[in-house]
Design a protein around this ligand. Structure first.
Ligand SMILES: Cc1cc2nc3c(=O)[nH]c(=O)nc-3n(C[C@H](O)[C@H](O)[C@H](O)COP(=O)(O)OP(=O)(O)OC[C@H]3O[C@@H](n4cnc5c(N)ncnc54)[C@H](O)[C@@H]3O)c2cc1C
Length: 486
C-alpha cells in the first residue's frame, strides 16, 4: 500500500524537471465516467502551474484499464524559464525526465469462495445457486456484457422462463410448431418453445445471479488458473488475480479446463459441429415455426434451420466437422438460395457468425477444487446441438455441489466427483420425461455414423428417431421405412 519510490534517475538538467507519477490501483470502484473528469482536472491543473503534461494515451494525463484496475500515468514536465507547454513528445520525456517517482497503491488480490469463468447460461446459473446460499461468488465474463458475442439460434423450452423467473417480455416469439423437412417427408412436432436474442437472455440470466449476490466482472478474460494447496488463483489478462476455494469452468467449448488440466470437453474434429449462421432483417415477419432441413447437399451430417424472432430471422447450417464437404458458408448460401421462403434471400443481413458446438460428453468434469459445466463439459444434445437447457441443469448441479463443498470445507477431487454422478443421474431422468438419455443419443449417433458409410441419409434417420423419442419409436420407424420406399 502507498509505496513511493524513485523509479529512475536520469542525468539532471538545469532547466527542466519532471515528475512521472504512476498510480496502480486494483479493485477500484470507479468507472470511466468518474475517471475522465479527474483526468481533465489534472490536465488543467498542470497548465495552470505552467507544467506541460505528457501522457501515453494522448493529452489527457490518464490511462486506465477496465473493471477492477486503473493505471494512471501522469508526467509533468516543467521548464523554469520558458513556458512551452505543448510540444513535448514521448522520446523527449524519456530522454530528459530528471526525477521519476512511482506511486503505487496496491490493493490485495480479490478473494472469494468461488470463481465462475464465463457468464453464459451455465455460469450464471452456477453463480446464482452459490450466491443464493449466501456464499461469495465472482462471475467473470470476457465480453463487455454477457451474451455479447454468443452465437445461437436462441430457441429453448418456455419452461426455462418459469424455472429461472425470467421476465417474459424478452421472449421474441412463441414457437409452438417445429417443422422437420426430411428427404422423404415432413414431420411436424408441437413443442412449447420460445425464441430469444441471446445477448438479452444471457444478460437477464447474469442479472439474476447479481440480484442474488454474485459479483459480475465483465471485460475480463481469464488466461490462467493455478491450483495451490490452500486455494485457487485465477489470473486474467492484465495479471489481475482472484483467489478462491473453487473454480468453475463455464467458458464454452474451447475451455481452459481442458487446455490446462485435461478435464472437460476435448475439441476434436469428430466431436464438434461447425456452424455458420446469419441474422436476417425482416420486420414483423409472419414466420411462427422453427424449420429444420435435412439434406445431404446442405449438410452431410447435420442440418439447416430457420428460427424466427419478431423483426429478424435466424438462419444457419451446422455439420460435424470431419464430415464437411465444402466451405460451410457455401452450404449456407446454398440453403438460403433453395429455401422455400423466397423473401429470405433479398433481405439485409444483420450479422454473420460461426461457432463450434461440442457433441460429445466430456469424460471427466471435476478435479481438485474445480468443476466444468455447460458446453465446456460437452453438456449438449449430440444430435440436435441444443445446449441451453443442459447448461442450466448442469449449472444448478455445479452450484449445489460447490455449496456442499464449501459447507463441509472439502475441495478434494473425490468429494467433487459427486458432481459427475449427479449429472449422469440428471440426464438419465430425461429418459422418463420427454428427452432421451443424452449418453444413449451419443451412443446411437456413433452407431449411425457407421451406417453413414452405407446410407448418406443416416443423419436424417437418426434425427427422426431421436426427435420423436422412445414412445414414438414404432411410428417413426414406419415413417422412415414406408415413406422412404414410396
Ligand atoms: C449456431 C448455434 C446455434 C445454437 N442454437 C441453439 C438453440 O437454438 N437452442 C439451444 O438450446 N442451444 C443452441 N446452441 C447451443 C448453445 O448456444 C450452447 O449449448 C449454450 O450457450 C451453452 O451455454 P454455456 O453457458 O455452457 O456456454 P456459452 O453460452 O458459450 O457461454 C460461455 C461464456 O464464457 C465466456 N468466456 C469464454 N472464455 C472465457 C474466458 N477465458 N474468460 C472469461 N469468459 C470467457 C464467453 O464469452 C461466454 O459468455 C447453439 C449453438 C450454436 C453455435
Amino acid at each position: 500500500m502507498n509505496i513511493f519510490k524513485k523509479e529512475s534517475l536520469l542525468p539532471f538538467n538545469e532547466t527542466q524537471f519532471g515528475l512521472h507519477l504512476q498510480i496502480i490501483q486494483k479493485e477500484h470502484p470507479l468507472d470511466d465516467k468518474f475517471m475522465l473528469p479527474i483526468g481533465q482536472i489534472l490536465l488543467h491543473l498542470s497548465h495552470l502551474l505552467h507544467f506541460s503534461s505528457f501522457t501515453r494515451s494522448g493529452d489527457i494525463p490518464l490511462s486506465f484499464t477496465h473493471v477492477n484496475s486503473i493505471s494512471i500515468f501522469i508526467a509533468f514536465l516543467g521548464q523554469a524559464r520558458t513556458h512551452e507547454r505543448h510540444s513535448i513528445d514521448n522520446e523527449f520525456v524519456l530522454k530528459y525526465l530528471n526525477i521519476s517517482v512511482r506511486c503505487s497503491v496496491k490493493m490485495p488480490n480479490l478473494r472469494t469462495d468461488v470463481v465462475v469463468i464465463g457468464a453464459g447460461p451455465a455460469g450464471s446459473t452456477t453463480a446464482r445457486v452459490i450466491a443464493e446460499h449466501g456464499f461469495d461468488v465472482v462471475l467473470v465474463e470476457k465480453d463487455r456484457y454477457p451474451g455479447e458475442t454468443n452465437v445461437c439460434a436462441g430457441a429453448m423450452p418456455r419452461a426455462i422462463f418459469k424455472d429461472m423467473r425470467l421476465p417474459s417480455d424478452i421472449i421474441e416469439k412463441e414457437i409452438l410448431i417445429e417443422k422437420h423437412y426430411f428427404p422423404w417427408g415432413i414431420k411436424v412436432f408441437k413443442p412449447d418453445h420460445v425464441s430469444v436474442y441471446r445477448d438479452v437472455f444471457d444478460r437477464n440470466m447474469a442479472n439474476k445471479a447479481v440480484e442474488s449476490g454474485a459479483k459480475l466482472l465483465t471485460d475480463t478474460l481469464i488466461e490462467d488458473v493455478h491450483v495451490k494447496r490452500e486455494r485457487i488463483k485465477v489470473i486474467s489478462k492484465g495479471r489481475k488475480v482472484i483467489e478462491s476455494q473453487i473454480v468453475v469452468f463455464a467458458d464454452g467449448p474451447n475451455t481452459l479446463a481442458y487446455r490446462k488440466f485435461g478435464i472437460g470437453f476435448a475439441p476434436k474434429a469428430t466431436d464438434v459441429f461447425l456452424s455458420v449462421t446469419v441474422e436476417v432483417k425482416w420486420e414483423n415477419n409472419p414466420i411462427d415455426f422453427f424449420g429444420v432441413y435435412y439434406n445431404y447437399d446442405i449438410s452431410p451430417w447435420g442440418y439447416g434451420w430457420i428460427c424466427p424472432r419478431k423483426d429478424t430471422i435466424n438462419a444457419g447450417v451446422l455439420c460435424l466437422y470431419n464430415k464437411l464437404r465444402s466451405n460451410p458458408i457455401n452450404s449456407l448460401n446454398y440453403f438460403i438460395s433453395k429455401h422455400p421462403l423466397k423473401d429470405l434471400r433479398a433481405r439485409e443481413i444483420v450479422w454473420l457468425r460461426s461457432a463450434l458446438i461440442p457433441v460429445a460428453p466430456a469424460r471427466k468434469i471435476y478435479g481438485k477444487r474445480m468443476l466444468v459445466v455447460g458446453d465446456a463439459a460437452g453438456m449438449v444434445d449430440p444430435v440436435s446441438g441444443e445446449g441451453i437447457i443442459h447448461a442450466i441443469t448442469g449449472g444448478k448441479l455445479a452450484g449445489e455441489v460447490c455449496v456442499k463443498a464449501l459447507e463441509e470445507e472439502n475441495f478434494s477431487s473425490f468429494f467433487l466427483s459427486k458432481y459427475q454422478t449427479l449429472w449422469h443421474k440428471a440426464t438419465f431422468t430425461y429418459l422418463y420425461s420427454k428427452y432421451p438419455y443424452l449418453y444413449s443419443k451419443y451412443l446411437l449417433s456413433n452407431i449411425f455414423l457407421y451406417l453413414y458409410r452405407l446410407d448418406r441419409n443416416a443423419y436424417p434417420m437418426l434425427a427422426a428417431l431421436t426427435r420423436a423419442g422412445t414412445r414414438e419409436i414404432f411410428n417413426t420407424l414406419k415413417f422412415i421405412i414406408i415413406d422412404r420406399l414410396k
